[in-house]
Design a protein around this ligand. Structure first.
Ligand SMILES: O=P(O)(O)OC[C@H]1O[C@](O)(CO)[C@@H](O)[C@@H]1O
Length: 423
């Protein structure tokens, strides 16, 4: 369970004053009468998911682990961020695991695409193309290149090495997958892209990375209870939602998501899409940004400490590191570092976090929200998903906005299609 500490947030209003509004919005969520109510399948997904499909995901992942060196995840936004966040958080950045997971379909960069294609050309490859709409251009462009490569490399066998995760009935990708005979997994109608890491969208790549998806679903399931109570005293996700609302009332328009683990950086990217696409509409919302400390204390730290007071920080601390290291002694001590000899490096990381909190809160006057997760396990990932899902749904509905659509994303697409000459 994620622990929440608001003692460093210096809220000028009382969280409990929002209890009535929270109860009323929670009722709308539970009874599926809120804005965007056709996209709240994630609320009960941990109970409702298709057990047969789940077993097929595990089987498919096992096969892929046996017959590939590289697994290419071809998708963008919610169709890759969650999987990448989970894989990097749980396995670490330099996991010696096969197959290697590579991401495509998330850019128009020709340099990137060409480099990936060159890197995979002599390796055994399996491709998972993921798109809920089945029409996203970045993904479709990359997939055509991948498809031709796979057909040239494997001939008829290519179709057994391409897996499509898409809508059950609609979209170009669904039509193509059916025609080609690809194995297909379904993205449920009532779960939007940025909530879809808990569906086959995330689960297949995560399972291919050797991660226990039963554990992930267990964390998600437990989160339904732990973040399910409308009583603010009993629900840290809703308290976090209200604290964000209060801070925005005070004029803080930027939320800086802080973590101290480089393997959590993609969690921050995933969180940015989840919060930004959900809340940033109707001329409202908090701009979600992120930093990885202490690394970024040496870049953005200066701004946080002394720059314009536009932001608050939300720290996601990890209680137990994946691996700890004991700092070595050195007789000569020429670098003067012996004061740390025999100490845990994770302890040093936590001291850096404590010192930073004091600096930013006390001297810098920056409100800080503290979240702590127990570890970087699959269970904790699933649990964290439910925490942030519930929080952003609540906080956006408190703004009278629909948390589950993203109409603003279409504007660039229209312009781009015109420029590209699409009919
Ligand atoms: O899965 P799709 O339909 O390809 O969409 C990918 C991403 O693009 C968006 O629709 C924005 O264009 C996101 O909401 C979504 O996660």
């Amino acid at each position: 369970m994620i622990q929440l500490d608001l003692n460093h947030a210096h809220l000028k209003e009382n969280v409990k004053d929002y209890q009535e509004q929270v109860v009323s919005i929670d009722k709308q969520l539970v009874s599926k009468t809120c804005l965007g109510n056709d996209f709240i399948g994630w609320m009960t997904w941990a109970n409702d998911y298709d057990r047969e499909e789940f077993a097929r995901i595990k089987e498919c992942a096992k096969k892929i682990r046996e017959n590939s060196e590289v697994f290419v995840v071809c998708g963008i936004g919610g169709s890759y961020l969650g999987a990448r966040a989970a894989i990097e958080m749980i396995n670490g950045l330099y996991a010696d695991k096969k197959p290697e997971i590579i991401y495509m379909g998330n850019t128009f960069s020709s340099s990137y695409i060409a480099q990936v294609m060159d890197y995979i050309k002599d390796k055994e490859v399996v491709v998972n193309v993921i798109s809920k709409s089945g029409t996203t251009t970045e993904t479709a462009l990359a997939f055509r290149i991948l498809k031709q490569f796979m057909e040239e490399k494997y001939g008829d066998e290519a179709k057994n090495r391409i897996i499509a995760t898409t809508d059950k009935a609609r979209g170009t990708l669904k039509t193509l997958a059916t025609k080609e005979g690809y194995e297909t997994f379904v993205i449920p109608d009532d779960i939007g892209g940025r909530f879809s890491v808990i569906t086959p969208v995330g689960l297949l790549p995560i399972a291919v990375a050797g991660i226990d998806i039963d554990e992930l679903m267990k964390g998600l399931h437990d989160g339904m209870g732990e973040y399910g109570d409308p009583d603010l005293d009993k629900n840290p996700a809703y308290r976090y939602a209200v604290a964000r609302r209060i801070l925005q009332n005070e004029g803080y328009d930027v939320e800086l998501f802080v973590n101290y683990e480089p393997q959590m950086q993609m969690v921050a990217e995933w969180w940015k899409q989840l919060f930004g696409e959900s809340e940033g509409k109707d001329g409202k919302g908090i701009l979600p940004d992120s930093v990885c400390f202490s690394t970024d204390l040496h870049s953005l730290g200066q701004f946080v400490q002394e720059g314009k007071k536009v932001l608050f920080e939300t720290n996601l601390y990890v209680d137990k590191p994946m691996i700890d290291v004991t700092f070595p002694n050195d007789e000569a001590n020429e670098d003067g570092m012996n004061y740390l000899a025999g100490k845990s490096v994770d302890w040093a990381n936590k001291m850096a976090a404590q010192g930073t909190l004091m600096a930013h809160e006390e001297t810098g006057g920056v409100p800080n929200i503290l979240l702590t997760m127990p570890d970087m396990s699959a269970y904790s990932f699933g649990n964290m998903c439910m925490f942030f899902f519930k929080a952003i749904a609540m906080t956006t509905l408190m703004n009278d906005s629909n948390p589950f659509n993203q109409p603003g994303v279409e504007v660039y697409k229209k312009n781009m299609f015109k420029l590209l000459g699409k009919e």
